[in-house]
Design a protein around this ligand. Structure first.
Ligand SMILES: Nc1ncnc2c1ncn2[C@@H]1O[C@H](COP(=O)(O)OP(=O)(O)OP(=O)(O)O)[C@@H](O)[C@H]1O
Length: 251
């Protein structure tokens, strides 16, 4: 599970994506280091989902260089090495937690004892012990989000791409999820986690700040605050935007 290519988990150079005739990402250069929790932050419509879709290989009209775990994005060999959780819950509500995870284990090519052990490990990783037999429809919103995360974890991916996983959750659940993300990174995984809530910036090891399809900053939470002198991440982001506007769009 440890990324042994030695390089960054994700490397983009001149990444450009056109959707419906509009240039949504315009020449992005960025690196996501392996083994860290990297936040992809930016306002609604800034291009976070488009970047994530490009990384997992489901986005059309992508040009430039995009390397994921040492291979070109979208390469079939990456399918099992990358887990993707979209904004919409991707589990079956009429099945139990275990039935859902067994299904995803089968899709990941696991059978018999290996599948059962992967399911048990995924349940433990997301703290859903005791809910194994419960139908997803009867779970709380936070528990459902964790089933989606467990479904992505069951194939033991090296890179997890999570699109706004904490949206709609209360502060306690959000904190618990971020703690879990760091636990997963400590086990050697890389997590790219999007959010439009700037508060969440402080929970990441590194930050990529997007605005209108451009990278405004590639930094750490501490450096962001130091660089802007702002008291919190939200005001730091606004200060960076004001600076970028004043310099005519330069980073
Ligand atoms: N099929 C499409 N045709 C035209 N424009 C599109 C299409 N899909 C997305 N866009 C535009 O691309 C931009 C980026 O969208 P994207 O979903 O990547 O943003 P986001 O940062 O993930 O937003 P949110 O936080 O609201 O999910 C938006 O302005 C959106 O309207």
């Amino acid at each position: 599970m440890v990324n042994n290519s030695g390089g960054p988990a994700i490397r983009a150079r001149g990444l450009r994506v056109v959707r419906g005739g509009t240039t949504v990402l315009d020449g992005l250069d960025l690196d996501v280091p392996a083994g860290q929790v990297v936040g992809l932050l930016g306002p609604s419509g800034s291009g976070k989902t488009t970047l994530m879709r490009s990384v997992v290989g489901v986005q059309a009209n992508v040009t430039g260089d995009l390397t994921v775990l040492g291979e070109p994005a979208g390469t079939p060999g990456l399918r099992r090495r990358v887990g993707y959780v979209t904004q919409a819950a991707s589990v079956y509500t009429d099945l139990s937690v275990t039935e859902n995870l067994a299904h995803f284990a089968a899709l990941a090519g696991l059978r018999g004892g290996a599948a059962r052990s992967a399911v048990a490990q995924a349940v433990t990783a997301v703290d859903l012990g005791g809910h194994e037999k419960q139908q997803v429809v009867s779970l709380s919103g936070g528990e459902r989000s964790r089933v989606s995360l467990a479904a992505a974890l069951v194939g033991d991916p090296e890179l997890l791409v999570l699109d706004e996983p904490t949206v709609g959750l209360d502060p306690v659940l959000r904190r618990d999820l971020w703690t879990m993300f760091h636990r997963l990174a400590e086990q050697g995984r890389t997590l790219l986690v999007s959010s439009h809530v700037m508060d969440e910036a402080t929970r990441c090891d590194r930050l990529l700040l997007l605005r209108d399809g451009e990278l405004v900053a590639d930094t750490t939470p501490d450096a962001l605050l130091a660089q802007t002198g702002a008291p919190d991440a939200e005001r730091a982001f606004l200060a960076l935007i004001d600076r970028t506007d004043a310099t005519g769009g330069a980073r």
